[in-house]
Design a protein around this ligand. Structure first.
Ligand code: NZQ
Ligand code: ZN
Length: 382
């Protein structure tokens, strides 16, 4: 196992009616409530939040898009400055929470805030924030990452900072009842791929991380189809906690990580506006196939422990595990081929050169996925 430091100070308030505990964790400060396109008004969460804000000085910013946009977020930054906001409360899915993280960092940043994303400029401080999660998927509610899109450049870029980790995350599984099937599907597949990016690499004898990752994968395979059919509270609770744990940082400590599927996927969203999870469902099976030899040991372990496949026929077990992974995504409703999204073959060249321009020339846990390999991986996705 590799050395690591683990510190995740996000306070998680989990369970039925937990939004009712918001007032107990909000500081006495001027608060900005930031949210998306209005789903929280339709499902009653906005009202619950407003009740909890009673007695606080607060203002609101709405309209954070799916795949949050830089320009929108910079308008929120102006509001934070003009209204003297000192605490940010994000209520929504990954896009709203990621957006709030960027706003928190950009407000304090000296210089051009775009540099945080484009040049990896160091975030030295940020406005404190807390969140209420309405879509189990990204894990952003307890982690340090954020992904922001700048439409004028067709760029979708991540940044990470300890300063933007939410101080609290309220997770009420009932908030998921209003989710359309498409978003539930996205959540299941995104969480699954988060685990795979941290698990399907090479062995370093990290037994807790491995078994914990396998547990999440097995859970998602088991509850995925059921969640799409039912509003059973316990199913939703389990989906929510599995998705949080998939990217809280815990299963990723002390192990090599891949993330090539995500980096290629972000390009597909930037260029073709595909949902984040859809891009992952398309690319992951191809990365698994392309990197089969480099991932051999973990792929066999995955085949055996997650899909119950015998190692007797190693080649067959690996191929079947890849096939079953893709079939799982398809069963969830994801179209896993680029041709099913009317995307032209030249996208492979485009993505390879865009990643090269962005300096992402050595992807994967072995840094052996070059733009030339990316081109082949994308080409195999039709
Ligand atoms: O905008 P509103 O009205 O809130 O509607 C949203 C949006 O249209 C809707 N929604 C959310 N909760 C709902 C709901 N509709 C009904 N009922 C509810 N309870 O769902 C739509 C999609 O929301 P979005 O936040 O975009 O989805 P998701 O949570 O999947 O987030 C995706 C974003 O997160 C990034 C992705 O790249 C993408 O930009 N990621 C962030 C990560 C991180 N910070 O660690 C890791 C991930 O890999 C990912 O890259
Ligand atoms: Zn993801």
């Amino acid at each position: 196992m590799q050395n690591f430091i683990y510190h995740n100070p996000t306070k998680v308030i989990f369970g039925k009616d937990s939004i009712g505990k918001l007032s107990t964790v909000l500081p006495n400060a001027k608060i900005l409530l930031i949210y998306g396109g209005g789903s929280i008004k339709q499902n009653g969460i906005y009202q619950q939040v407003v009740e909890q804000l009673e007695g606080h000085s607060w203002c609101e910013f709405s309209g954070v898009e799916a795949n949050p946009e830089y320009e929108t977020l910079m308008r929120a930054v102006s509001m934070v400055k003009n209204e003297n906001v000192d605490y940010i409360l994000a209520v929504g899915g990954g896009s709203v929470i990621d957006g709030a993280k960027f706003v928190a960092a950009a407000t304090d940043f000296e210089g051009d805030a775009w540099d945080i994303l484009a040049k990896g400029a160091k975030v030295k401080s940020a406005k404190p924030l807390g969140c209420i999660l309405t879509l189990p998927a990204t894990g952003t509610e307890t982690n340090t990452s954020s992904v922001v899109t700048r439409r004028e450049y067709n760029l979708k870029l991540p940044f990470m900072s300890d300063h933007v980790r939410p101080q609290f995350a309220i997770l009420d599984p009932q908030a998921t009842y209003s989710l359309p099937t498409r978003q539930l599907t996205n959540g299941i597949v995104d969480a699954f791929v988060h685990v795979m990016e941290q698990y399907l690499t090479y062995p370093v004898n990290a037994s807790v991380q491995d078994r914990f990752a396998e547990a999440i994968l097995n859970n998602l395979i088991e509850i995925g189809p059921l969640v799409l059919e039912s509003k059973d509270y316990d199913l939703r609770a389990n989906l929510m906690w599995n998705a949080t744990q998939a990217l809280s940082g815990l299963i990723g400590v002390g192990v090599p990580q891949d993330w090539s599927t995500h980096m290629i996927g972000h390009e597909l969203t930037a260029l073709h506006n595909l949902d984040h999870a859809v891009t992952l469902g398309i690319i992951l099976p191809r990365v698994m196939q392309y990197q089969k030899e480099h991932k051999r040991e973990k792929l066999l372990q995955y085949a055996e422990r997650v899909w119950g496949l015998s190692r007797y026929d190693e080649e067959g077990a690996m191929d079947l595990a890849i096939e079953k992974t893709e079939q799982f995504f398809r069963d969830m409703g994801i179209k896993t081929k680029l041709s099913e999204h009317n995307i032209e073959a030249d996208v492979a060249d485009k993505i390879a050169s865009r990643l090269e321009q962005a300096g992402m020339t050595k992807l994967g846990e072995r840094q052996n996925i070059t733009p030339k390999d990316v081109k082949q991986i994308v080409s195999a996705s039709f």
